[in-house]
Each structure stands twice: as structure tokens, then as C-alpha cells.
Write a protein that binds this ligand. Structure first.
Ligand SMILES: CC(C)(COP(=O)(O)OP(=O)(O)OC[C@H]1O[C@@H](n2cnc3c(N)ncnc32)[C@H](O)[C@@H]1OP(=O)(O)O)[C@@H](O)C(=O)NCCC(=O)NCCS
Length: 162
């Protein structure tokens, strides 16, 4: 899985994307510290525990380095940034029943806008699965030779030196 590069100085307009969310009663916002448990257990339930370390890290800043999509107190999606590494977007996910409603795009554009406001010129989408989604929504291009890139196998236990 390769990384992708996004030009933050050529992002598409965010207003119509957020208007589409408002029309569906969906809020895109940072989670509050008190949302942490609910967000982490939701991510684990829908996407497994592999993304939990990055999601936990997102709550180490205020506001959290994460955005969530919420309708009527129900979580529909999430997106982290500056968690895998500085300047990296992800992980992100939208509940399967809500795919295709524009939520993934709204989370992505809002997070990239936050990164732009923080002073980055480019963003890196880490270890991409759906390259077509990122190419279509924000013009991201694959970074050649970036697989496995910064990713290493996590340590699995505490082995002592004998
Ligand atoms: C990728 C993901 C976040 C997209 O969320 P979404 O809310 O369904 O996306 P949107 O509704 O904003 O889609 C925007 C456009 O991208 C397209 N698109 C969405 N997912 C796509 C995919 N996996 N591959 C190609 N195109 C995709 C949509 O068809 C839509 O096109 P349209 O504007 O012509 O209708 C979602 O599919 C998901 O959670 N996938 C599983 C987790 C995952 O792969 N995360 C990314 C890890 S890098």
C-alpha cells in the first residue's frame, strides 16, 4: 500500500461539501475529550483494533487531531491526521451503510483544511487502500516507491535480552 501526496494549496471548495452534510443532518466536528471512549470502541467495532493506536493518539491534543461525522448522536465516520506521522492524513472510515453520502469527502476535506491552516503545504495520505477515492476527491497522486514507506510491523510482546 503506497502513500499519496495532496496539494493543500489546490483543495476543492469545502462549503458545498459541508452544505451537503448539513442537508442530511450530519455534523462534521472534532470529538470532545468525553467522546474518546465512544469513538475508540466504535472504530474497533467497525474497522478492527489495528487503527486504535493512532486514534488514541488523536486525543492527546486539544482539539483532538481527529474529526467525526455525527447524526442524532450516532457516529457515522471518523478521520485522523498528524497521528501516524506529522503531515499524514488517516486513518479514516465511514460506516458501510452510509457509504456514498459524501461523508468520507467531508471528513477528508475538513481534515486537510485543518492541516493547511496549521501551515502545511502538502499532505500525505498514509498507506492508501482506495487510491481512486483520493485521486477523485482531492487530486492525490501516488508517491512512487512509498510502499511500505514509514510503516513497520508493530512489536508484539516484550522480549527480554538474555
Ligand atoms: C474510503 C471511504 C472513507 C469513502 O467514504 P464515503 O463516505 O463512502 O465516500 P464519499 O461518499 O465521500 O465518496 C466520494 C466519491 O468517491 C467515490 N468513492 C468512495 N469510495 C471509493 C472507493 N473505495 N474507491 C473508489 N471510489 C470511491 C464515491 O463513489 C464518490 O463518487 P461520486 O462523487 O461520483 O459519487 C469509505 O469507503 C470507507 O470507510 N472505506 C473503508 C475504510 C477505508 O478504506 N479507509 C481508507 C483507508 S486509506
Amino acid at each position: 500500500m503506497s502513500d499519496m501526496l495532496v496539494k493543500l494549496y489546490e483543495l476543492p471548495a469545502i462549503a458545498p461539501v459541508l452544505q451537503r452534510m448539513t442537508a442530511q443532518g450530519i455534523a462534521i466536528r472534532h470529538p470532545q475529550p468525553g467522546d474518546q471512549r465512544a469513538v475508540l470502541s466504535w472504530v474497533k467495532r467497525h474497522f478492527g483494533k489495528g487503527w486504535l493506536p493512532e486514534c488514541e493518539l488523536a486525543f492527546r491534543t486539544v482539539p483532538a487531531a481527529c474529526l467525526i461525522a455525527v447524526r442524532d448522536q450516532t457516529l457515522l465516520g471518523f478521520a485522523c491526521y498528524d497521528c501516524t506521522a506529522k503531515n499524514f492524513f488517516g486513518p479514516t472510515g465511514v460506516v458501510e451503510s452510509a457509504h456514498g453520502s459524501g461523508i468520507g469527502t467531508a471528513l477528508l476535506l475538513t481534515a486537510l483544511d485543518r492541516m493547511k491552516q496549521a501551515g502545511y503545504g502538502y499532505a500525505i495520505i498514509g498507506g492508501v487502500g482506495p487510491t481512486a477515492f483520493y485521486a477523485k476527491t482531492v487530486g492525490a497522486v501516488v508517491i512512487e516507491g512509498s510502499s511500505p514507506g514509514i510503516y513497520t510491523e508493530p512489536l508484539t510482546g516484550s522480549r527480554e535480552v538474555r
